[in-house]
Design a binder for this molecule. Structure first.
Ligand SMILES: [Zn+2]
Length: 275
């Protein structure tokens, strides 16, 4: 599907399930960090990269599938790549700044201050949810990939950047390069494809069928994430950095979206004090 068709489809049939389901309607927010996702420009660039993958590779974007183990009851999965040599599950992040993290850490830091859940822990949950939809012999072929925009700098250790790793951290602009390199590496390791083209179509159909396209459920899910007032990492309410009064989800989103607050959250009164 072309770039223009995507816009057309989105405009013409906002709630109807897309036939091929490659690009279901995209809600405006991501998973846990509403404000961290600034527009969808990065997402479109990723879609263009994915559209250019070889013909034997299928992909799906913005899946919302039921997941009883998730707090919200759902997993929202940004992209899934179905290749003959493995299934790559991609989580995209739009944070800005220096990302500090590591494999052994459940909590990562943005600019040394703002806590985020280790995105690979989050994506592991997504992969577990997808695994329930594939046959037993296809459960061990998942690769976890997390993509950040170029507005970030990684301080995460080298392991996530090694192509042999099954957990890869990439910048959005190098996403297709990493997908190609990863698949080539897997090809060398396995010689024989792990999935036939029939397997790939079957899995594609199962993932499409599991996707919740219902606009009302999607909207409810989006709202539930937007209204989070508890930091899932610390399990504490979000509070003002100056007076420590709890703030609403709206205030938190607003502060995180403003560069001048440098990743801090302030109550209404203290926002005025920040130049
Ligand atoms: Zn305050």
């Amino acid at each position: 599907m072309s770039f223009l068709n995507f816009f057309k489809k989105k405009k013409d049939e906002p709630s109807k399930k897309s036939e091929k389901n490659t690009h279901p309607p995209k809600p405006n927010i991501s998973t846990e960090m509403v404000a961290a996702r600034k527009g969808e420009i990065g997402e479109y660039k990723i879609d263009i990269q994915l559209d250019q993958l070889p013909k034997d590779i299928l992909y799906l974007s913005d899946l919302l599938i039921e997941n009883k183990k998730a707090k919200s009851g759902y997993s929202q999965i940004d992209h899934v790549i179905l290749s003959p040599y493995g299934i790559i599950v991609i989580e995209t992040k739009n944070y800005k700044g220096t990302i500090y993290g590591g494999k052994e850490r459940n909590t990562w830091l943005v600019n040394g201050k703002f806590k985020m859940m280790n995105p690979f822990v989050q994506n592991y949950g997504h992969i577990q949810a997808l695994k329930t939809l594939v046959d037993l012999n296809h459960k061990e072929i998942f690769i976890s990939m997390v993509s950040f925009t170029k507005r970030c700098t990684f301080k995460v250790g080298v392991d996530y950047r090694k192509i042999t790793s099954d957990e890869l951290l990439v910048y959005d602009i190098e996403l297709s390069e990493f997908i190609h390199r990863k698949i080539s590496t897997l090809k060398l390791q396995h010689k024989e494809p792990l999935l036939s083209s029939d397997d790939i179509s079957i899995i594609y159909k199962r993932f499409s069928n599991a996707n919740i396209a219902d606009a009302k459920i999607r909207e409810r899910h989006t709202q539930a994430l937007k209204n989070q007032t508890i930091n899932e990492v610390t399990n504490q309410p979000f509070t003002c950095a100056k007076c420590h009064k709890p703030v609403s989800a709206k205030v938190r989103s607003y502060c995180l979206s403003k560069q001048k607050f440098k990743g801090e959250i302030y109550c209404f009164d203290h926002q005025k004090a920040i130049k």
